[in-house]
Design a binder for this molecule. Structure first.
Ligand code: UDP
Ligand code: MG
Length: 349
């Protein structure tokens, strides 16, 4: 008697399934998040059980918590977390900022699929099931996109819109209303790890990978506890990185602006010479001082823009590490990130 199996006998029916259920890591950067971590872990425990019950993942999730130099008890909470799934704690030596902290966590994660999300439960954990389904359907990157920005203040909505419009005009490929809530396959992560820049702006870097991608929309909840850790300064730094790391158009705009000013000045000089030849003297002060001070301002702005890029080159050429890890705990989980497709899970207990 012979047995024959088809793919549909071996795996649950997930539509146009092209992958096997993965091991899943969830990476969360944490800066002074002592109050949010327990609610986060509780939600992820429910999620892990649900994903397992539906056969979407093959073992409990791995949670990677990165302590980005917190001043509160975040690290103690991470160390003492009692969970039904393995937790990897990564303690950075000091506060490096959200993007480097997230990158550190992504590089530490061992799952075949890795989700990044914020600690404050603003990113809806329930959307992760849909992300895994999209991964099973063949997507290497699944973007979490906010269904609406209604929960934001008018100011935040307006600045976000202006920023997206600006970046679009500068030729930067960004997905509107997507921040850093996304799933990436191991292949996509490997590719991301090859980007060596010091100034990370992950949401635009990931767009450059070029693998098949999907979008999952979700409703952004209010912060579960505490206040935003993104100060205006940090937000502006990230905003500048988005422009200067992905577009040299501002430099080109200076060249065009310079040409325009040069042509206008030339016409002005021509007019001055002709008036002089015709015996009219230029009515002095305004015609000299105004263009001079205007050009002085234009020069300073131009120098400032060039300086931004030169500063960036200076920082990038030093190739300093993007983060320094002080301590890693619980990294020896049962997942093996090198595992692909249907091979067995390697247990290293
Ligand atoms: N975060 C971080 N380092 C920082 C600032 C923020 O690791 O220097 C983390 C923070 O703990 C949170 C995520 O980045 O998990 C997003 O920050 P937050 O929720 O404060 O930003 P918002 O949602 O207000 O833009
Ligand atoms: Mg938040």
């Amino acid at each position: 008697m012979s047995f024959s199996y088809t793919a549909s006998d071996l795996v649950p029916p997930f539509g146009s399934l092209s992958r096997c259920p993965p091991t899943l890591s969830i990476v969360v950067p944490c800066y002074n998040e002592e109050a949010t971590l327990l609610p986060l872990v509780a939600r992820l425990e429910q999620l892990s059980e649900r994903l397992l019950a539906r056969g979407l993942i093959v073992q409990p999730i791995e949670l990677v918590l990165v302590d980005d130099g917190s001043h509160d008890h975040t690290w103690d909470v991470i160390k003492n977390a009692k969970t039904t799934f393995p937790v990897t704690g990564v303690k950075l030596s000091r506060n490096q900022g959200h993007q480097p902290a997230l990158f550190a966590g992504l590089m530490q994660a061992k799952g075949e699929a890795v989700v990044s999300m914020d600690a404050d439960l603003q990113d809806d954990p329930d959307a992760i099931s849909e992300m895994v389904e999209a991964y099973l359907g063949g997507a290497d990157v699944v973007y979490g996109v906010r269904a609406s920005r209604r929960s934001d203040t008018w100011f935040k909505r307006w600045t976000a819109q202006q920023y997206y419009d600006l970046l679009k005009r500068l030729g930067v490929d960004l997905l509107p209303d997507h921040a850093d809530f996304r799933l990436m396959s191991r292949k996509a992560l490997k590719a991301l790890s090859q980007f060596g820049e010091t100034h990370l702006f992950m949401r635009a870097l990931v767009r450059k990978l070029g693998f098949p991608s999907e979008i999952v929309t979700y409703n952004r909840a209010p912060r579960v506890a505490g206040d935003s850790k993104y100060t205006l300064r940090k937000m502006m730094e990230l905003g500048f990185d988005g422009v200067t790391s992905f577009s040299v158009k501002p430099l080109r705009m200076i060249v065009f602006f310079g040409f325009t000013v040069a042509i206008v000045t030339f016409l002005f000089a021509l007019f001055a010479v002709i008036s002089w030849a015709m015996g009219h003297t230029m009515p002095g002060w305004t015609s000299i001082v105004l263009p001079l001070s205007l050009l002085g301002g234009v020069h300073l702005v131009a120098l400032g823009v060039i300086g931004e890029y030169v500063g960036k080159i200076y920082e990038e050429t030093k190739r300093r590490p993007r983060f320094i890890i002080d301590e890693v705990i619980g990294a020896d989980s049962t997942m093996d990130g090198s595992r692909t497709g249907v091979q067995a899970i390697v247990r290293r207990t």
